[in-house]
Design a binder for this molecule. Structure first.
Ligand SMILES: [Mn+2]
Length: 287
């Protein structure tokens, strides 16, 4: 068996999520393979499409054999081999099954990392994808040495002050419409500067919006630059967030999805809100 560090590299497209620096092995993760090497086999995990994977990986993927391991129902099946399990709450569970299948032991280190996959992809075991299988797998990983309390602290209680400052600035822009069914807010580059934060720190804001009682749809607009806006969408009602985002070239899950829209923020806000309101009204008249 080849092991990471010799001629196997674990890549994450930039920016590397530093908050996961506590994970065993994180220091070995890189943004691209070492200069001059040309991998011939690339495994993708948890990537609904090739576009999500960053430039250097796309370059390699253009001629390498691709194995695509994912659980997004909207997966574009870009691999030479596609292993898609839309019933898995996290791709970590699929990895767990593969390790079992091929007879590799799940060490404490591996168990901790796979537990993080389950914890984060189920929103701390709160999303609808918190299935009996997810809880069984989490229990097994805990028995194998993952420490749920410590991991929850590292994932949810280590936020820098700048993250909360940014959250405060963004939440101040919140608007609630359609009798409380729709909430939205913006993160602008000016707010990042004011909070001394980076865009990755806006990750949790959408879930704060989504905690309003009776809400059906939450949308967060993130200004990347003058001509690019990212949206994050959460649905707790009849609207399919993935379908809504697909109309803007994005995708994801029914309850959580996103898109990158090549428009300035204010234009994007108008466009997406119009589509979101239409989707809410269409879905409620269906019932
Ligand atoms: Mn996932």
């Amino acid at each position: 068996m080849r092991t990471a560090g010799k001629d196997v590299w674990v890549l994450i497209p930039p920016p590397l999520p530093e908050m996961y620096g506590f994970l065993p092995g994180f220091a070995e993760v890189r943004e691209e393979p070492p200069h001059g090497v040309d991998p011939q086999l690339v495994f993708f995990f948890d990537s609904g499409n090739l576009e999500r994977s960053g430039e250097s990986v796309k370059r390699i993927a253009s001629h390498a054999t691709i194995v695509n391991v994912d659980h997004h129902p909207s997966n574009s099946r870009f691999g030479d081999v596609n292993i898609i399990d839309a019933d898995a709450s996290a791709v970590g569970q699929m990895v767990m099954e593969m390790l079992d299948h091929f007879g590799y032991p799940i060490t404490r280190t591996i168990a901790s990392n796979l537990y993080v996959a389950l914890l984060t992809d189920t929103g701390g075991f709160r999303h609808e994808n918190t299935t009996p299988r997810a809880l069984d797998d989490a229990a097994r990983l805990a028995r194998l040495g993952a420490d749920p309390g410590r991991i929850a602290t590292m994932v949810y209680k280590m936020r820098p002050e700048t993250t909360l400052k940014l959250s405060g600035l963004a939440l101040a822009t919140m608007r609630v419409e359609l009798e409380g069914k729709l909430a939205w807010a913006k993160v602008s580059r000016r707010m990042l500067k004011e909070a001394n934060a980076v865009m990755a720190e806006s990750e949790g804001i959408i879930d704060t919006l989504n905690s309003i009682a009776g809400l059906e749809l939450a949308i967060l607009f993130k200004e990347v630059n003058d001509s690019l806006t990212k949206i994050s969408v959460r649905s707790r009602g009849p609207v399919d967030a993935a379908a809504l985002c697909a109309t803007f070239g994005g995708g994801g899950h029914i309850r959580a999805a996103g898109a990158e829209i090549a428009r300035p923020m204010d234009e994007t806000v108008k466009m997406v809100l119009a589509a979101g309101k239409e989707a809410i009204l269409a879905a409620s008249s269906d019932q």
